[in-house]
Design a protein around this ligand. Structure first.
Ligand code: HEM
Length: 536
């Protein structure tokens, strides 16, 4: 295709070098020695003990013993596929990112979808957030858009993420429940961390039980920054919109599917790709000029807030098509390493404190999950462009770096890798002006936990509202601690009084008498007051 960026460099061609086709071959050891026997170990006499010198037995068993790696600490259950992204509309006025310049240009992508809370073997349709992570293999390096199927998040600062996940994962004293939502620690976290109100509404909505992976949206969630050739910056949010539209299951259906076919959504996407019925998403962007940073009644860097589409329209700029299943789920889907910090020139970060926390976490976890510092050499993680630096050695190193020197600066080697200037394509961090005192706080509007939660609820149709009421009643109804049930129902009264009253009646706690979402009144002492509320 003449329009391919990457000078036609294809991820598939790169992967081809690593494929191994075992058909019609003799079996060998890892040393290449042909094996003559693979059913009986070597013994001292027909009825004797197995001998240590049976190298094939030892090697086969040792490798098997080490086959498992840790599952991801979150998003353990996932499914991936290859595809391509094609640009419709040049983003040149906003960003110099190469893959967003020329309409018609294409780059290879790899996507991994996931649930968040369940373990690797958990069913496909729990009530949960879905991960939607895309790796764009551009000729300027990998750009990872590591998003979810909901546009906001539970917390506003990365420092709370371990707490959130500890509350969501199976309770430590019992090892259950697997479900993301239906338990005391999860709801206790929600009640005591009320910035989760907006996300809680999304989680109780049908969005949390998608029909399948092809029919859900994706969101970058955070505010990122586009930077153009002239060095001018715009705030940007990313959206994936499925061309099949957004569809959900109903809860009863989801529960039955989980029991009968826990692989339902992975089977669906695999088969649709095999059948040539390729899943597609259009990429949309919302763009806000930097000058407008303070024009909204929320902070544009608050990850618990959306930018309402009425105020900031979503502009569709391209389309992603998933057109090839993986050859090997472990090698590709499990070993892929996404990171919101993998950016290309023209895309930069903002001071969204949740994003800032994520920038630390991903490489850190992958260092243990993927066994050391060389996982960027794994085939699925390699950029399609060359990569060179002075990093060396470490477990499992594959590259044979040639030459005497591995340091900068030096004069011994004439052509050792040297930094590129901006003109040569070097990444230059956006020179945002930063000043202030060291503080552990955020702007006042971060405390408005309920306005957008209410806006979300009010935007729902009546059947959707009914689903939300039923979801709350089911999930909260399973919570054993009556205090927690009461606290959450009281919290919901700040979003919608009649919803909270209906749920209260369904689950047998006191119906809140008044609600209201004036955060200036509610928020400051909120968690204190609510935790002391006693049910009768
Ligand atoms: C996976 C941390 C918030 C989307 C992960 C992993 C960690 C992590 C440690 C496992 C990565 C791996 O083993 O390769 C965090 C932290 C967060 C945070 C510390 C908050 C500070 C978010 C948010 C989103 C998100 C807000 C969505 C916008 C994902 C996705 C994956 C993931 C999609 C799975 C990637 C894959 O399929 O391999 N996260 N996360 N995370 N996270 Fe986050």
């Amino acid at each position: 295709d003449e329009h391919k960026v990457n000078g036609g460099k294809s991820k598939d061609e790169q992967l081809e070098k690593f494929r191994s086709d075992e058909r019609d071959k003799h079996m060998t050891t890892n040393q290449g020695l042909k094996v003559s026997e693979d059913e009986f170990s070597l013994k001292a006499g027909e009825r004797g003990p197995t001998l240590m010198e049976d190298f094939h037995f030892r090697e086969k068993m040792t490798h098997f013993d080490h086959e498992r790696i840790p599952e991801r600490v979150v998003h353990a259950r996932g499914y991936g596929a290859h595809g391509e992204f094609e640009l419709y509309k040049s983003m040149k006025p906003y960003t110099k990112a190469n893959f967003l310049q020329e309409p018609g240009s294409k780059v290879p992508v790899f996507v991994r979808f996931s649930t968040v809370a369940g373990s690797k073997g958990s069913p496909d349709i729990p009530r949960d957030v879905r991960g939607f992570a895309t790796k764009f293999y551009t000729d300027e390096g990998n750009f990872d858009l590591v998003g979810n199927n909901m546009p906001v998040f539970f917390i506003q600062d990365g420092i709370k993420f371990p707490d959130l996940i500890h509350a969501v994962k199976p309770e430590p004293d019992t090892g259950y429940p697997q479900a993301a939502s239906a338990h005391d620690t999860f709801w206790d976290f929600i009640a005591n961390n009320q910035e989760s109100a907006h996300m809680m509404m999304w989680l109780m909505s049908p969005r949390a039980i998608p029909r399948n992976l092809r029919m859900m949206e994706g969101f970058g969630v955070h505010t990122f920054r586009f930077v153009n050739e002239e060095g001018k910056a715009h705030f940007v949010k990313f959206h994936w919109k499925p061309t099949l539209g957004v569809h959900s299951t109903v809860w009863d259906e989801a529960q039955k599917i989980n029991g009968k076919d826990p692989d339902f959504t992975r089977r669906d996407i695999h088969e649709s790709i095999e059948n040539g019925d390729y899943p597609e998403w259009e990429l949309g962007v919302q763009i806000v000029p930097e000058e407008d940073e303070f024009k909204f009644d929320f902070d544009v860097l608050d990850p618990t807030k959306i930018w309402p589409e009425e105020d900031v329209p979503v502009e569709i700029i391209g389309k992603m098509t998933l057109n090839r299943n993986v050859d090997n789920v472990f090698a590709e889907t499990e070993q892929v390493a996404f990171h919101p910090g993998h950016v290309v020139p023209g895309i930069d970060f903002t001071n969204d404190p949740l994003l800032q926390g994520r920038l630390f976490s991903y490489t850190d976890t992958q260092l243990i999950r993927l066994g050391g510092p060389n996982f960027h050499e794994l085939p699925i993680n390699r950029p399609v462009c060359p990569f060179h630096n002075n990093q060396r050695d470490g477990y499992g190193r594959q590259t044979i770096n040639v030459g005497k020197t591995s340091y900068h600066k030096n004069s011994l080697a004439k052509n050792h890798p040297r930094p590129a200037s901006e003109e040569e394509g070097g990444y230059v961090h956006y020179q945002e002006k930063v000043e202030g005192r060291k503080v552990q706080a955020r702007s006042e509007s971060f405390k408005d936990h309920f306005s957008q939660a209410a806006m979300f609820y009010n935007s729902m149709s009546d059947p959707e509202k009914k689903h939300i009421e039923e979801a709350f009643s089911f999930e909260l109804g399973m919570v054993e601690d009556k205090d927690i049930r009461q606290q959450v129902v009281d919290m919901v009264s700040n979003i919608d009084l009649s919803l909270s009253q209906a749920v209260a009646e369904n689950i047998g706690v006191d119906a809140p008498a008044e609600g209201g979402n004036d955060y200036k009144k509610i928020s400051p002492a909120l968690s204190q007051e609510n935790t002391t509320h006693k049910a009768d």
